[in-house]
Write a protein that binds this ligand. Sequence first.
Ligand SMILES: C[S@@+](CC[C@H](N)C(=O)[O-])C[C@H]1O[C@@H](n2cnc3c(N)ncnc32)[C@H](O)[C@@H]1O
Length: 222
Amino acid sequence: MKRITDPRAFIEAETRAKPVPHAEEIRLYLADEAMDLWQKTEEELGEMGLPPPFWAFAWAGGQALARYILDTPDLVAGKSVTDFACGSGLIGIAAMLAGAKSCHAVDIDSFAIEATLANADLNGVKISVEQADITAGDPPETDLFFCGDVFYDKTMADKVLAFLDRTLDRGTPVLIGDPGRSYLPKERLELLATYHVPVVGALEDSEIKKTCVYRLVPKTGA
Ligand SMILES: C[S@@+](CC[C@H](N)C(=O)[O-])C[C@H]1O[C@@H](n2cnc3c(N)ncnc32)[C@H](O)[C@@H]1O
């Protein structure tokens, strides 16, 4: 039996609204610790094997992209953007605060979708949301495509990169924020910015992660 009847209330009760360390203009509902929240979500839903609560953390890649967007608002001003694998919605919120015309945020996790809506409200911006794995289909119509911290799992990374290639094929620029995860396609990146991003040490191998923003370049010969 499902006991979480109001996911928004659950998110607000189990996290705290606080500034993002590397993008302090933005506040998010964030957790201090993952395991208790993960366990509580599974207990409350009565389901085991749920994905970790990615939505309750500002990942290094997302923080770097958010910082880059806030510092280079011309990148997004007046444009439609997509925040793929949005988690907390941090990147989309940064884009809207920087003057984007609209943002569509996509994630497979229903809690990420709820967290993105809650965080958008917290920051006074509007974001449209979609809970789906869109990687098998056609890329969305959008002026800019953002991916924060998505190259940590091989199966996911392979699927996402093939999808991003189709996104590039239709002429949409793809920007990636990443701290050097295992499956980052290093040979396909143009460096735009480097930051040193505070993260939750218990989730990472250090308290500060060197994290870069890149533009994905087409395959050689493509
Ligand atoms: C490490 S978190 C990054 C969240 C956010 N972009 C950030 O940087 O803070 C990875 C996110 O990818 C989402 N995800 C995993 N596979 C996905 C897929 N096929 N399509 C969309 N989102 C996906 C997860 O649910 C999770 O929210």
